[in-house]
Design a protein around this ligand. Structure first.
Ligand SMILES: Nc1ncnc2c1ncn2[C@@H]1O[C@H](COP(=O)(O)OP(=O)(O)OP(=O)(O)O)[C@@H](O)[C@H]1O
Ligand SMILES: [Mg+2]
Length: 297
């Protein structure tokens, strides 16, 4: 499949362009989600597409939607994307990267679950012994497993801003107490189930971000992407050592190269060298193969 930086589907109305996904209106209740091959690093979308990234992300998410469907309903409709567009040029942009989903009202929080101490969580723990205000036992090291997975929501930032961690009380104020509790409970259950499975495939899911939406009846659905390398921290289990920051699964080459390039991390981002883009594509493939047990084709 041709790499796709930006989709162009004139027979549908473009409603939103995220960092990675282009969203098209289908009808009142349905939309088309096209995962492009865009890659963002340090919250900036880079100009170089990553071969097959969009399709791999979509297929990893579909794999999890199926595996986790007994815990919470999800936004998939089962409608074939090709059935909604007109000509071959449009169909050629869909393939395995597109899904037709229920149009839902996204909750204004990101439902983050952490099972290990990493990233901003590790930083906060080192200075205050807490992660997002949750007190943890003393003596934990970088990459230590937490005694229990914890729910650490953040508020969704406006385009270009970073998300901000919020407390459970703030989440309850945004969503209402009952819904906030349900989201926390479901998120932890999703994480536990997925992390336990992933470990059998040699991947540690250190943390992850879920998004949820509501339908008109107030029913809760899992939306967006789930448990992909873009929304999660995947660590290869065989390289895992407590006390050391394991290599991030997918973006390590890109981040290392960007850090060394002297780029100031504000837009526009630089073009990536071919070998950095190819190695990154290879990591996405590897994540798919490891998780699902079958090669991505
Ligand atoms: N079923 C759905 N109904 C409504 N909105 C959805 C649904 N599934 C996903 N979305 C929204 O579509 C967008 C997906 O685009 P993309 O992942 O590229 O966004 P993004 O730039 O990562 O922004 P965000 O950080 O909010 O995810 C997100 O804003 C997500 O909330
Ligand atoms: Mg997203």
């Amino acid at each position: 499949m041709q790499p796709l930086l930006k989709s162009h589907i004139p027979s549908l109305k473009l409603i939103n362009q995220g960092k990675v996904r282009d969203l098209y209106d289908v009808d009142e209740h349905t939309m088309l989600l096209v995962a492009t091959d865009r890659l963002s690093a340090f919250d900036v979308v880079l100009p170089t597409p990553i071969q097959d990234k969009g399709a791999i992300l979509t297929q990893i998410a579909n794999f999890w939607f199926q595996k986790l469907g007994h815990i919470v309903p999800n936004h998939l409709t089962g409608i074939a994307p090709e059935s909604l567009v007109r000509d071959e040029a449009e169909k050629a942009q869909l393939g395995k990267r597109a899904i037709v989903v229920k149009k839902l009202k996204p909750l204004p929080i990101e439902a983050i679950v952490r099972g290990y101490l990493a990233g901003s969580g590790w930083k906060e723990y080192r200075s205050s012994g807490t992660v997002c205000g949750i007190r943890l036992p003393s003596g934990l090291q970088e990459a230590s497993p937490l005694p229990e997975p914890i729910f650490t929501p953040s508020s969704k930032a406006e385009v270009g801003d970073h998300d901000i961690n919020i407390t459970l009380d703030q989440a309850a104020r945004l969503l209402g107490k009952d819904l906030a509790e349900k989201v926390a409970r479901v998120s932890i259950q999703l994480y536990r189930t997925a992390a336990e499975y992933a470990l059998t495939r040699g991947i540690i899911i250190a943390d992850t971000k879920f998004e949820f939406g509501l339908d008109e009846a107030g029913q809760l659905y899992l939306i967006d992407e789930v448990l992909t390398p873009d929304s999660s921290r995947f660590w290869p289990a065989n390289q895992y050592v407590v006390g050391r920051n394991p290599p991030s699964y997918d973006k390590q080459y890109v981040r290392d190269w960007l850090e060394a390039s002297g780029w100031n991390k504000t837009p526009p981002g630089p073009e990536l060298p071919v070998e950095v883009a190819e190695k990154t594509s290879e990591k996405y493939r590897e994540a798919y193969q490891k998780l699902t047990g079958t090669a991505f084709s």
